[in-house]
Design a protein around this ligand. Structure first.
Ligand code: GAL
Length: 673
C-alpha cells in the first residue's frame, strides 16, 4: 500500500486538540460554528477517549464519535484521529494491575491521572493493538479522517518502567545487543566496583542503588526505554496500516524530549509533528521555540511538519504561568511556519471547566468568543489562509548544529566534572548566538553527511563515537569549518573515555587534546582574553595539550590562568575551532564573528531581535520576518507582503512586535543537506 505523506487538506493545517466528550451535544454545534469562524480545518480527537470508546473490556462504542466525525465533516473540518493508548481506562488497571508502571524507587503508579501503562505489559500491548485495529477498521474510510495520531508525547509523564516484565525485556534486549555476557561486562566496564556478571539472570535494571549506578548501564537503559516506546508505537501504527493508507504521526517534543531519540523516531512516522510550550522563566522563550522548530524540521529531513500543540496564552503546569501578551502568539506561530511548519495547532480548542487543565489557555477561552485570545485565534486562521502558498516550501541552511540524544543521555548522568556543564544549556547558548546573528541552522547527527554545510557547530558532544570523530575530521579536511564547545569528544558509545586524551577523536580536526579539566567553583569567574579584549567566563577551564592548534584566546585568572582557552587549527582544506571555556551567547559573539569569516558566512546584519527566515518554494521564496523588539525596524526587501497584500518596494517597516510574510523573487539556493 502506498502511504500518503501529508494529510489531505487545502492550504496550511489549522486547529487543535478537540476533546468534546467534556461537553454536551449543543456545545458541539457551537464549537463547529466557531471553528469555521476561526478558519479551523483540522482537529485532533480521541487522544484521551479510551474510557468512552471501550467502556468495558471488549465492548466498543463508537456511536458518539461517529456523530462527532460526521458533524465535523459536514462543516469542512478534517480529523487527525488519535489512538487513546496514552490513557488506559480504570477498568484496564483494575483487570491488569501488573500493567502499572513501577518507578525506580519501587513506587507503583496508580490510576486517577493520565500516563502510559508499562510498555512491557503484554496485556497493554494487546489492548492497544485491538483498539488501534478497531479504530482503523471503523474509520479508515471516514471522509473526515485525514491523519492518524498515535498516542501522545511518548516518554512523558513516564517512559521508564522498572517492573519485573520490563526487566525481563531488558535482559533480552541486552542479549540482542551484546550476545555474550563477556561483551556486556566489557562494554559496561564491570571490572570496576566489582560489578562483573556471571549469569544473565543476575543483570538488574539501574533502579535505586546505594550510590550511583554504572553509567554505561544507565546509558543502555535509556536506549532500551526508547526502543520499547518505539515498539509500542509500531504496534499501533502497523495495526492502522492493515486498514488505512492515511499518514500516521505521533507528537514529538523536540528539545524538551528526554526519553526519545527523535532521529530514530522520525524514521517511523509519515508526518513529523511536534509540541512546543514556552518556558515562562525564560524571558527569551522565543529563542527556545526557534531551536525546537529547527530541530523538529531537521529530524524530519527538512520536510514540512506540523506544530501539533502549543498554547494560545498561558499554560497551567509551570510555577508561574505567564500569559502571552497581544501579538505574541502570532509571532510564535509565524516563527514555527518560518522554520518549516505547514500546520499550526493548539492544545486545546475549548478551555476545560473541570479537571487538571482548566487553567490552561485554549483557542476558545473561558471568557468566550468576545475575548482578545479568540480574536487573535481568528486573525491567525486568516493569516494561514493568506499564506497558503508557503506550504511545501523549504528551509535551506548553511550551518548545522550537532545534536545527539545519546550524548544528552550520557552527559546528564551523575558524577561529571562539573554540574554546571549541561547539554541543554550549552546547546541553547550556541544556538542563541546563531539566532541573534539571524543565521538559519539545521540540526544534524554527528555521523550524518555534513558535506553540504559551510559551518558545523558542536556545542556539546560529550559522547562522540569514533565514527563521528572520523566524520568530523574528514569534514574539516575537505574544507569545512568546525566549531567545537568544551567537554566534547570525551567518551564512546559505552560512556568509556576515549584512549589518547580527552577529545582524542577530534585531535586531527582541532589540533589538540585536553589534558585536565579545571572546573570553577560555584559563582567563581575568570577572564578569557580574545582578540585583545577580556570577557568573563564561569564554570569551566581546562588544560589543553596543543598538537598544532594556534592559540586565539587565553584564560586570565582562575585555575586555567594563562592557559589556552580558544584555538583554531588548519586541517586539510578547512579549520577546526575550539572553545574550552563556558561562554554565553554574548561572549561567544566575537568568536563566532571570526568563525563566520572562516566559513564564508555573512550574517544578515539586521538589528538583533529581528528574526528572518527564508522558505524556498518552487516559483517564489518567502521571507518570514518576526520583530521581537519593542521598537520598529526596517528590512530591505522587495515583494508582496502576504498578510496585508501590500507591495513592498525596497523597505519593509515592521512595528515593534509585528511580523510579516513577504513573497519575493526566487533566489539562488545555498548549500545545506
Ligand atoms: C502537552 C499534552 C497535552 C496538554 C498540554 C498542556 O504536553 O500533550 O495533552 O496536557 O501539554 O500544555
Amino acid at each position: 500500500m502506498s502511504i500518503n505523506s501529508w494529510p489531505a487538506l487545502d492550504g496550511m493545517a489549522y486547529g487543535g486538540d478537540y476533546n468534546p466528550e467534556q461537553w454536551s451535544r449543543e456545545v458541539w454545534d457551537e464549537d463547529v460554528a466557531l471553528m469555521r469562524e476561526a478558519g479551523v480545518n483540522l482537529v485532533s480527537v480521541g487522544i484521551f477517549s479510551w474510557a468512552m470508546l471501550e467502556p468495558k473490556e471488549g465492548l466498543y462504542d463508537f456511536s458518539w464519535m461517529d456523530e462527532l466525525l460526521d458533524l465535523l465533516h459536514a462543516n469542512g473540518i478534517a480529523v487527525d484521529l488519535g489512538t487513546p493508548s496514552v490513557s488506559p481506562p480504570a477498568w484496564f488497571f483494575h483487570a491488569y494491575p501488573e500493567s502499572r508502571v513501577i518507578t525506580k524507587d519501587g513506587t507503583v503508579m496508580g490510576f486517577g491521572s493520565r500516563g502510559m501503562a508499562s510498555h512491557a505489559s503484554t496485556e497493554y500491548r494487546e489492548a492497544i493493538a485491538r483498539m488501534a485495529t478497531e479504530l482503523a477498521r471503523h474509520y479508515a474510510d471516514h471522509p473526515a479522517v485525514v491523519m492518524w495520531h498515535v498516542h501522545n508525547e511518548y516518554g512523558v509523564p513516564v517512559g521508564e518502567d522498572f517492573g519485573p516484565r520490563s526487566v525481563a525485556n531488558w535482559r533480552l534486549w541486552l542479549q540482542g545487543r551484546y550476545s555474550t555476557l563477556e561483551a556486556l561486562n566489557e562494554a559496561w566496564g564491570t571490572a570496576f566496583w566489582g560489578q562483573r556478571y556471571g549469569d544473565w539472570e543476575h543483570v538488574v535494571a539501574p533502579a535505586a542503588t546505594p550510590t550511583i549506578a554504572n553509567p554505561a548501564m544507565k546509558l543502555d537503559w535509556a536506549r532500551f526505554t526508547d526502543d520499547q516506546l518505539r515498539e509500542c508505537f509500531r504496534i499501533e501504527r502497523d495495526a492502522i496500516r492493515q486498514h488505512s493508507d492515511k499518514p500516521v504521526t505521533t507528537n514529538f517534543m523536540a528539545h524538551q524530549s528526554w526519553n526519545t531519540d527523535l532521529w530514530k523516531w522520525a524514521q517511523e512516522v509519515d508526518v513529523v509533528s511536534d509540541d512546543h510550550y514556552l518556558w515562562a522563566p525564560d524571558p527569551d522563550g522565543h529563542v527556545g521555540l526557534a531551536l525546537s522548530a529547527d530541530l523538529t524540521r531537521s529530524v524530519g529531513g527538512n520536510d514540512p511538519w506540523i506544530l501539533m500543540e502549543h498554547s494560545s496564552s498561558a499554560v497551567n503546569w509551570q510555577g508561574r504561568n505567564v500569559a502571552k501578551r497581544p501579538g505574541e502568539e502570532r509571532r510564535n506561530a509565524l516563527t514555527h511556519v518560518g522554520r518549516g511548519a505547514d500546520g499550526i495547532l493548539f492544545f486545546q480548542w475549548r478551555a476545560s471547566r473541570s479537571g487538571a487543565e482548566k487553567f490552561h489557555s485554549a483557542m476558545l477561552p473561558h471568557a468566550g468568543k468576545d475575548s482578545r485570545v479568540f480574536r487573535e485565534v481568528v486573525q491567525l486562521g486568516q493569516h494561514l489562509k493568506d499564506i497558503a502558498e508557503v506550504r511545501g516550501s523549504r528551509v535551506v541552511a548553511d550551518v548545522a548544529v550537532l545534536y545527539d540524544w545519546e550524548s544528552l543521555w550520557a552527559h546528564d548522568l551523575e558524577w561529571r566534572p562539573s554540574d554546571d556543564m549541561q547539554f541543554r544549556e550549552r546547546m541553547r547558548a550556541y544556538y542563541e548566538r546563531l539566532w541573534r546573528d539571524d543565521v538559519t541552522v539545521d540540526f544534524a547527527h554527528p555521523e550524518a553527511d555534513l558535506s553540504g554545510y559551510r559551518l558545523v557547530v558542536a556545542p556539546s558532544s560529550y559522547l562522540l563515537t569514533a565514527a563521528a570523530g572520523e566524520n568530523l575530521c574528514a569534514y574539516v579536511a575537505g574544507g569545512g569549518t568546525l566549531l567545537v564547545g568544551a567537554f566534547s569528544g570525551i567518551v564512546d558509545e559505552h560512556d568509556a573515555v576515549h584512549a589518547g586524551g580527552f577529545g582524542a577523536p577530534l585531535k586531527d580536526a582541532l589540533g589538540l587534546t585536553v589534558e585536565e579539566f579545571l572546573p570553577l567553583r560555584e559563582g567563581e569567574t575568570c577572564d578569557v582574553v580574545f582578540d585583545g579584549a577580556a570577557m568573563t567566563a564561569d564554570a569551566w577551564a581546562e588544560d589543553i595539550a596543543l598538537a598544532g592548534a594556534e592559540v586565539r584566546g587565553t584564560f586570565a585568572g582562575g585555575p586555567g590562568d594563562a592557559l589556552p582557552a580558544i584555538t583554531r587549527h588548519q586541517h586539510g582544506q578547512g579549520a577546526g575551532w575550539y572553545v574550552g571555556a563556558r561562554l554565553t551567547h554574548e561572549t561567544l559573539a566575537p568568536v563566532f564573528a571570526q568563525v563566520y569569516a572562516d566559513a564564508g558566512i555573512v550574517p544578515a546584519g539586521g538589528p538583533e531581535g529581528l528574526e528572518t527566515i527564508t522558505r524556498h518554494g518552487a516559483d517564489h521564496d518567502f521571507v518570514i520576518a518576526v520583530n521581537h523588539r519593542e521598537d520598529a525596524v526596517s528590512l530591505s526587501i522587495t515583494g508582496t507582503e502576504l498578510l496585508s497584500g501590500a507591495q513592498i518596494d525596497g523597505t519593509l517597516d515592521l512595528k515593534g512586535g509585528d511580523a510579516a510574510v513577504v513573497r519575493i523573487a526566487r533566489a539562488q539556493q545555498g548549500g545545506g543537506a
